[in-house]
Design a protein around this ligand. Structure first.
Ligand SMILES: Nc1ncnc2c1ncn2[C@@H]1O[C@H](COP(=O)(O)OP(=O)(O)OP(=O)(O)O)[C@@H](O)[C@H]1O
Length: 616
């Protein structure tokens, strides 16, 4: 065993244990006490059975024999009850620790910068961390193994104490050469040496197995994640429509099996190697058993030890070999599990990349927040393609700005930069003259109410969806739902604002795409931020609802500064300023009346292409 290897093992176990005791202080003490009790019970039985048998064979007083029986039963009872009580409390604590660790993982993933989280490497690491916490390693099985190894070590100490008398030379008047041999402590030491060699051999095999198994896990992270994606598809019942309409079941099943094929082939190869190694370990174990039982048996036949001692030694040797190989196996297993758990620790240690400013954002009753993009260029972290190219733009206070452009022109990306989901690759964005990076991010976000094109609602009650919080100002929630035009529908629901959305939740209701969009608009209005950003907010609304939203737009955003992205060109009319994006550049800026006059401009093309469908 390499020293550095053991050091890494000890260091990792230490940090896992300190993490565990940070979650539950008493757990480590409890697990120790419980396993000491659990491990000593069999030895109490071995000692008392041997004493009872000794006394029966030498026809001793019945009372003494009965006394031993009472003691044995009494100690068993007390230890048994203590063990059961401790086991229950250890189990509850283990579950608590497991849930705590899993929720920390979820919390970390939720808090990571979006730009870090969406990277493939991060998603792979998250998958590995989840596997480490859930199935393969699992803090739960790490703690179980830890308990087992404590129990094995205690058992080993008890066996050594009981077996030590085997080394005592029995004084005899005359000894044959065979008696001399078996009475010599040398043979016992030799036997002990054989046991150690056999255990080390098993340890080597187990370690090899673990290295192969971990390599297999690392190699297949991608396929396992893919497989997880396909297996998880049915959980998202909303995908069911497309899957059925396009008859995608077979295709999904095929993809699922393709993802697993390589894994299964590797697994078969591993099993072939493992079964050879396991066979070798079994032969090794049986040979040692044969030698030790033979040794004790011959000692008994030669009269060097009594019949009861033969029984005691046989039981103790069985326990000794089991706990010795147990310690080795558990060590190898802990070593594997700490590698899985390491992935969890790596994930928790991931750093956010975004510069974290500290400046507070001035709270202004007059809503005087001015935004400026200064020579901003941007490409996504996973690509070199410039999505925004030297964009400069000022959004003055109270201004209602509309952004239009063809698909993929960079409109949503512009909003993502404004909300600091990503930072510009070049240039800067200013809020009231200060680079937005310098502001405290949580405070900065308070300035915006955003409805993204691909908004999401959650399987929470409607009230919590609107308030984005468990604390809800119900009056305000109703008011904003009213403004968004969906209050009437919610009033008809049995639980009103308390109605759970979607069927993942108890008595959850399904709502239409347009209703969902209206609730998302209500959420943005509820936040009442000074800057309102609506990215295609009416794409799912019927013409009447859309008309209502547009006609109420001024009333909805009041004196707030607003940015409005839409492919419905008619919606530009109520905006003070229209910005036309083309391939990441701003190609035109102006109001409708001026832009429409430029027949060579993109705005004119976009407007007239849509208008022709409305002209008879
Ligand atoms: N996370 C991402 N990683 C890499 N490229 C991306 C990412 N998100 C978007 N893009 C690319 O950036 C370009 C601009 O996308 P964006 O969503 O800003 O366009 P848009 O103008 O809002 O389009 P649409 O009108 O279709 O909504 C697209 O070509 C898109 O493929």
């Amino acid at each position: 065993m390499k020293n550095s290897h053991f050091k890494a093992f000890a260091k990792d176990c230490k940090s896992i244990l300190s993490m565990v005791s940070g979650i539950s202080k008493s757990f480590i003490v409890l697990i120790f006490v419980q396993n000491i009790i659990k491990a000593t019970i069999p030895y109490i039985n071995i000692i008392f059975s041997s004493l009872i048998l000794d006394n029966i064979l030498s026809n001793r007083n019945k009372e003494i024999i009965l006394n031993y029986v009472y003691w044995m039963v009494g100690i068993n009872l007390v230890f048994g009850i203590l063990n059961a009580l401790l086991e229950r409390s250890v189990k509850v604590k283990k579950l608590y620790i497991e849930l705590y660790i899993k929720s920390k993982l979820a919390e970390k993933a939720l808090m990571l910068d979006y730009e870090v989280l969406e990277k493939k490497e991060t998603l792979d690491l998250l998958h590995k961390a989840e596997e480490g916490v859930n199935s393969n390693g699992g803090i739960y099985s790490f703690l179980n193994t830890l308990g087992d190894i404590i129990s094995d070590i205690i058992s080993l100490i008890c066996s050594i104490v009981l077996l030590s008398s085997l080394f005592i030379v029995v004084p005899m008047k005359s000894q044959s050469s065979i008696m001399h041999l078996f009475n010599s402590p040398l043979l016992a030491v030799l036997l002990f040496g054989v046991m150690i060699i056999s255990i080390l051999l098993n340890f080597g095999i187990l370690n090899k197995q673990n290295v192969v198994q971990y390599k297999f896990f690392e190699k297949n992270v991608d396929s396992n994640r893919k497989f997880g994606y396909f297996v998880g598809l049915p959980n998202n019942y909303k995908l069911g429509k497309d899957i059925r309409i396009y008859n995608m079941c077979n295709m999904i099943m095929e993809e699922m099996w393709n993802a697993r094929e390589a894994v299964i082939e590797d697994m078969r190869e591993i099993e072939r190697v493992f079964s050879r190694w396991s066979g070798l370990m079994e032969i090794n174990n049986q040979a040692v058993m044969f030698l030790t039982y033979g040794y004790v048996g011959v000692k008994g036949i030669l009269g060097l030890i009594s019949v009861s001692s033969v029984l005691k030694y046989v039981s103790t040797i069985t326990k000794f070999t089991a706990s010795l190989s147990g310690v080795v196996q558990r060590y190898a297993y802990l070593n594997l599990q700490r590698q899985y758990l390491n992935n969890y620790c790596y994930f928790l240690d991931l750093e956010n990349v975004k510069y974290q400013g500290t400046l507070p954002v001035e709270k202004r009753d007059d809503n005087e927040y001015e935004i400026e993009f200064k020579n901003v260029s941007f490409h996504y972290p996973n690509s070199e393609d410039l999505i925004l190219d030297n964009v400069s733009l000022k959004l003055s206070i109270g201004n209602k700005m509309s952004i239009v452009g063809k698909n993929g022109a960079g409109k949503t990306t512009f909003i993502k930069l404004l909300c600091r989901i990503y930072d510009p690759t070049e240039g800067e964005i200013l809020l009231n003259g200060i680079n937005i990076k310098k502001y405290d991010y949580a405070e900065y976000l308070r300035v915006f109410s955003v409805v993204f094109q691909d908004f999401n609602l959650f399987s929470f009650p409607i009230a919590e969806n609107v308030a984005a919080s468990v604390e809800v100002d119900k009056e305000r929630a109703w008011e904003t739902l009213e403004q968004a035009g969906v209050a009437e529908r919610i009033r008809k629901m049995k639980d009103g604002l308390g109605t759970n959305l979607y069927q993942n939740e108890k008595e959850g209701v399904e709502i239409s795409g347009g209703e969902a969009q209206k609730i998302a608009i209500a959420r943005a209005l509820y936040k009442d931020a000074p800057l309102v950003i609506l990215d295609e907010p009416t794409s799912a609304l019927d013409p009447i609802s859309e008309y209502e939203i547009y006609s109420k737009f001024n009333e909805l955003v009041l004196d707030k500064t607003s940015i409005f992205i839409s492919h419905r060109m008619s919606s530009c009319r109520f905006c003070d300023n229209i910005v036309v994006f083309d391939a990441g550049k701003i190609v035109q800026v102006g109001n409708h009346d001026t832009l429409i006059k430029d027949e060579a401009g993109l705005y004119y093309k976009l407007w007239t292409s849509q208008a022709q469908y409305y002209v008879s």
